[in-house]
Design a protein around this ligand. Structure first.
Ligand SMILES: O=C(O)CCC(=O)C(=O)O
Ligand SMILES: [Fe+2]
Length: 303
């Protein structure tokens, strides 16, 4: 029997097929540990205040991620699954190869041991009134504000990071779909990874938990709060920050009752960008932890 989507598979089987099971040594290790301290909720409008900037600094040093509260943007008001329809229509309008249906265009995520389906958009659809376009312009503003704040916290010129990346602006959006799983103790929704680019902004539909972050070899639940977004640093930023701030390893666990949808917007650099720790962060006591290299040579770009 060939299953076309994880949804079909999930509906048809009681036990997950072998290829989705985590390795034996990891079984029973999908539960989260007790948090040493909460992952902070940052108020982006207060980042000029010292206490909020300190909170952000601490979050990026320890967790590599934080939450922000957002006004309910249109893309978060409605069900993210409805967005799949919007996106499909947008792709048709733009003459990309039209997927036959939103359902069919959900393709298997090519990650071993991962039960998630995803739909990746390499270009933001761009016609007026597009809900995703509006959302993308919000996330871009968030990205810029976060980059400027990080530069300030590190005593770099405010636009240091923006200047490194503003020549081209690769970003893409990915919808992830995780069906309910009868054996959440044995199946991962998404295997452990860090994101390769600069920064990722994740919206989780209906606040269904599942995202976990690793810290000092332990796994912790990232809380799913209403009207909040999760922001995590990615590998290129860790390099530019000379490792002062972390690109966290994270994964998604499944649950037996609820399906889960997330929308991740990834910001990265183009392949020609030379990556290196910001010179302003280096001195005799703080040598570079990373060399200088082209993003594409390490697969850290989106092109
Ligand atoms: O679904 C999530 O919460 C996170 C997804 C993720 O880590 C990714 O798409 O890289
Ligand atoms: Fe990720």
């Amino acid at each position: 029997m060939v299953w076309t989507t994880v949804q079909e598979l999930a509906a048809a089987v009681e036990e997950p097929p072998r290829q989705y099971l985590v390795h034996e040594q990891d079984q029973g290790l999908l539960a989260a540990d007790q948090m040493p301290e909460p992952i902070p909720l940052i108020d982006l409008s207060r980042l000029t205040a010292d206490d909020e900037a300190d909170k952000l600094r601490a979050a990026l040093q320890t967790w590599g991620l934080f939450l922000i509260r957002t006004l309910p943007p249109r893309a978060t008001q409605s069900d993210a699954s409805a967005q799949l329809g919007v996106v499909t229509m947008a792709m048709k309008k733009h003459g990309d190869r039209p997927p036959p249906s939103a359902r069919r265009c959900i393709c298997m995520l090519k990650l071993l041991n991962s039960s998630c389906n995803c739909l990746t958009l390499h270009q933001h659809p761009a016609h007026d009134g597009d809900v995703l376009l509006e959302y993308a312009s919000r996330t871009k503003r968030i990205r810029d504000l976060v980059f400027q704040s990080i530069a300030k916290i590190l005593d770099l010129e405010e636009d240091y990071f923006l200047n490194q990346i503003s020549n081209k602006d690769p970003g893409f959006a990915r919808f992830n779909y995780y069906p309910p799983c009868p054996r959440p103790d044995l199946v991962l929704g998404m295997r452990p990874h860090s994101d390769g680019g600069l920064l990722t902004i994740v919206f989780v539909d209906h606040d269904v938990g599942g995202l976990q972050v690793e810290r000092d070899g332990k796994w912790y639940n990232v809380p799913a709060k209403p009207y909040s977004l999760v922001i995590n640093l990615a590998d290129c930023m860790e390099i530019m920050c000379n490792g002062i701030f972390r690109s966290p390893v994270h994964r998604v666990v499944t649950n037996a009752e609820k399906e889960r949808l997330s929308l991740a917007v990834f910001y990265a650099v183009d392949g020609e960008t030379m990556l290196e720790p910001a010179p302003g962060l280096l001195d005799d006591r703080r040598p570079p932890r990373y060399g200088k290299f082209k993003a594409k040579d390490f697969g850290l770009s989106l092109d």
